[in-house]
Design a protein around this ligand. Structure first.
Ligand SMILES: C[S@@+](CC[C@H](N)C(=O)[O-])C[C@H]1O[C@@H](n2cnc3c(N)ncnc32)[C@H](O)[C@@H]1O
Length: 411
């Protein structure tokens, strides 16, 4: 293998023993069920006579990680995780989405591959993937996970610091139709966003984002997965920033180099993958709240596409600076939650509390945007009573504190 420094002599940590036949046997015995802490204690005592104590402990931990992993992976019960690896792994859904732009590429490098979330999806669409991670134990788990997910033949592991790789060199990897020495055609990198136990600030990573952007000087086609809270100004002007949400949950920012970019800013909503981009257009008017209020997806807000959304659905803004939109029609869009407005009034805590009592609202979810105040305390002081439920929006209308009592469109 050219192009990198390998570290196969690194010490194998205890959890790696789970990849042994005894580890397999133990995990099989645990049977894929969620294990309560009491049962875990009893099992640990029973099994310690037959297996080394550290292997039993590792298997019990692995079992609980697999249960947690179900939220991200359909085959979690057969996969292998470390706690940090699972926490940082991209889910199957988001990985499949980011891998799409790599379809048909020959050799793709997955730098900082972790336990293989993105790796598995890349291996399904690219000719071959070079999987690189500095942590040998994590890399071994990634390779096992690729096997579990049926993509094993398409991946070559390399334990190395990605900063030591010469990506412009040839790698001895058999890619169908390209001979045995192959160049990396595209790079996916998901740098670590924690250092040991410590979470790094949004925009900070290991390796740092600046270094990741520089990869495009070696291999034109690069995608960087970043925290969705990253400051926009860190991204070079000719790169695309795509904010990806699963339902209403903002998951990640994908930074696409010019060679892979398809727009400047994009918001994508999974699982269906509806996507919107910045379209030039006239400024959106600011007016009084209408019969409906649109609460844009955080992916739309982060991508700075609120006005684009307003233009596309014929809505208007209720304040020049605030990301709520108004409409007189019950708009159905994947890019916003639509609420029916029951009451729209200046924000006055006493008056709003009285109106809520009149409406019989006993349960409320308070959404605050552009207005100061402790939501929990306000909630408490409103003294809600009744069988009804509502969303109380505290915001600004043309610069003034404003409140809207709303319900979802179908209630
Ligand atoms: C965010 S995780 C990757 C998660 C992965 N994309 C997934 O879906 O499972 C980051 C990984 O980067 C690795 N890493 C951090 N710095 C590195 C470096 N300089 N060289 C190689 N790997 C590195 C860590 O060991 C960790 O496994």
């Amino acid at each position: 293998m050219a192009g990198g420094r390998s570290r196969h002599d690194e010490a194998v940590e205890p959890a790696a023993d789970l990849l042994s036949p005894a580890g397999d046997e133990l995990l099989e015995l645990l049977g894929g069920e969620e294990i309560s802490p009491d049962r875990a204690l009893r099992l640990a005592e029973q099994l310690r006579g037959r297996y080394p104590a550290d292997l039993v402990a590792a298997a019990l931990t692995q079992q609980s990680l697999r249960v947690a992993g179900r939220a991200k992976f359909s085959r979690a019960d057969e996969m292998y995780f470390t706690r940090a690896g699972l926490e940082q792994a991209s889910s199957e859904l988001t990985s499949e989405h980011s891998a799409r732009r790599f379809a048909g590429r020959g050799l793709v490098a997955d730098l900082c591959c972790g336990i293989g979330g993105n790796l598995t999806a890349l291996a399904r669409v690219a000719g071959h993937v070079l999987a690189v991670d500095a942590d040998l134990r994590t890399l071994k788990l990634a390779m096992r996970n690729v096997v579990v997910n049926g993509a094993a033949g398409h991946v070559t592991p390399l334990c190395a610091d990605v900063r030591d790789l010469a990506l412009t060199g040839d790698f001895e990897i058999p890619v169908a139709g390209a001979g045995s020495w192959t160049r990396v055609e595209a790079v996916f990198i998901d740098p670590a966003r924690r250092s040991g136990e410590r979470r790094l600030r949004a925009g900070d990573s290991r390796p740092p984002l600046d270094w990741c952007f520089g990869l495009a000087d070696q291999v034109g086609a690069v995608c960087i997965k970043a925290a969705p809270g990253l400051p926009h100004e860190l991204v070079p002007a000719d790169w695309e920033v795509e904010f990806v949400a699963t339902g209403r949950n903002l998951k990640e920012a994908l930074l696409w180099s010019p060679a892979l970019a398809t727009s400047s800013r994009r918001a994508t909503i999974l699982p269906a993958g509806q996507t919107m981009t910045a379209e030039p257009g006239e400024a959106v008017r600011v007016g009084a709240p209408g019969e409906y209020l649109l609460d844009p997806s955080p992916a739309v807000t982060r991508a700075g596409l609120v006005e684009d959304l307003a233009r596309s659905v014929g809505a208007w803004k209720i304040d020049a600076m605030i990301a709520f939109l108004a409409s007189d029609a019950a708009i159905s869009t994947p890019f916003a939650r639509t609420l029916r407005v029951l009451e729209s009034m200046p924000w006055n805590e006493r008056q709003v509390a009285r109106r809520l009592r009149e409406l019989g609202i006993g349960t409320a979810d308070i959404r605050r945007r552009g207005l100061a105040g402790d939501v929990e305390r306000i909630h408490h002081r409103l003294g809600l009573q009744g069988d009804g439920s509502a969303t109380i929006v505290l915001t600004r209308r043309s610069g003034k504190p404003w409140s809207l009592i709303c319900v979802p469109v179908d209630s």
